[in-house]
Design a protein around this ligand. Sequence first.
Ligand code: B12
Ligand code: SF4
Length: 533
Amino acid sequence: MTTKVRSVLYVRLPCWKIYPGGVIYVADYIHKQRPEIDQHLLDLALVPPGDRRRILEERIRSQRPDMVAFSWRNMQSFGPHPEDDALDVVMNFDHSPKLWRRIKATRDAVRIIYDYVASRVRNFSYMRMVRRLLPESRIVVGGTAVSIFGQYVAAKVPKDTVVVVGEGEDTMLSIVDGFENPVGEFFYRDRNGQVTHRAREETFDLANLTAVDFPYIESMFPDFHSYLGDDIGVHTKRGCPFQCHFCLYNKIEGARQRYRDPAEVGKEIEMLNKRYGVKRIWFTDAQFCSTRRSTEHVDKILDEMLARQVNVSWSGYLRLNFLTPEIARKMLATGISSIDLSFTGSQEVIDRLTLGYKLKQQMQAFQMFKDMGFTQQKVKLYMPLNAPGETLETMQATLDKIRELYGMFGRDNVLPFIFFIGVQPKTPVEQLLIEQGYLKPGYNPLSLNPFLIKKLLYNPRPLGRLIGRAYLEAIDSTDPASEYIGRATMDIIERELPKFRNTSAGRKLAAAADTPRRRTVPIQVATPSTDAG
Ligand code: B12
Ligand code: SF4
């Protein structure tokens, strides 16, 4: 098909209810470039599961769009933490001393895996339905799930479908313009079923991403209103130059940081707040502030927020390397509600995971927040517990630093998340674990084998058992209304660590840590680009 597109139906594939920011940026951009195109957005996350197929079919039959553009967010969402019941299931299955709990966990795991498989199968069946009802239409699929698993998706989509990898604005524009001169990265499954791949050659200039035209979004997506009480995602930049071992955000978004105009970001937040009454913003960047340049960019955004007197609270993933007292002050003045960051209390673990910062600096930055009046906000610690190279000493160091944070901010305000490394495709940690024989070369990251899925949540013995049992005890003995599970788990680990040292497993672990170490981080990792300051 080479004709220009006159109408597009965007279909946001089901996931837990969360503001569909990515597809909204795409639709807004297309509208600004080609206002004559009639666009609509159907968000299946808001439709009860039993009605989704019927509603999609009705919309396709009534609108008969030239193009149906799917947005797929989560595909492999096994990164369970205390707010996700999958963590209980894994912990019980692996570590519960009670047989009946392990049996129950097996049953629950079957249910979770069934849901996981079924949602993937259903998503592809929606695409096939579109192809059946509209044989001449163009189908496009984009979104973060596709950015990671594009090749897999391309093999399963109907013929004549474009699978867009990474950011979608410019690629989508070239597709609505007829797909004769496509840009960006994508897989194309042609009319014969052959799949070809195009790598991105051009850079999308984020200065083109002006403040979203929300009145237009409201008109093409009336359900927009049902998100206004939730966190609304606002994007300020793309890219991350760091190379943390477990992370693939730098691959999804690229290594070079590109920035939106702070005034446009300010305008976007102002409209959300003053016109739509939005009170909560989540800055959906890979990292809201990380490098020196990005911290300067954040500073300008905070100035815009202050000048426009927006009344919101906000959050986002932060690194505190380049924080200054002045930026900490502005963050508080603009309504930061929590400091969300990766945390381990051991410089050794930070270095092994190539997180690229100094613990001392991070602790000083916490102190800056405290000095500037950080009191009722939360400190959320995403802890890569039991990462490769974790020892009894590094674990103790993390416990000590968490205690220091309790002292600084008050125990109730510090939330240690029991998080593990989720092994993700093409990350250094994946390569390391293949090299160590933990994973087989050529394993399938989307496998439905429950044992492999479990392995991808990296929490090996012997520390894995200590953490697992502590977590299960915390669940049993803690009232979630009065105590946070992560805090209770860390307390129990602290209590049990000295006993564990005296077990044969503990002694073996300590001895292994004492002997000159085999290189456990064999991958040559580039230092962050100069932009990292
Ligand atoms: C911010 C973020 C969060 C925030 C979201 C806050 C909020 N209110 O929005 C929080 C912390 C809440 C969160 C939670 C979770 N997240 Co999250 N999150 C992200 C992150 C960092 C950015 C996503 C984002 O909004 N980007 C900004 C928007 C503008 O970009 P975008 O959505 O990617 O859209 C662009 C393209 O994808 C594309 N596009 C999108 N749709 C379409 C459609 C078409 C037709 C086209 C052409 C293009 C296109 O164009 C858009 C613009 O360029 C990504 C990682 C990353 N760097 O991308 C993970 C990510 C999306 N999250 C992920 C996961 C798994 C989760 C959780 C399930 C984690 C968990 N176990 O609890 C939960 C689930 C939440 C839910 N309800 O579904 C995974 C999903 C992929 C996968 N592995 O399956 C990612 C990729 C991270 C990862 N490690 O793998 N997340
Ligand atoms: S700083 Fe590290 S963890 Fe954060 S997005 Fe960049 S690579 Fe990922």
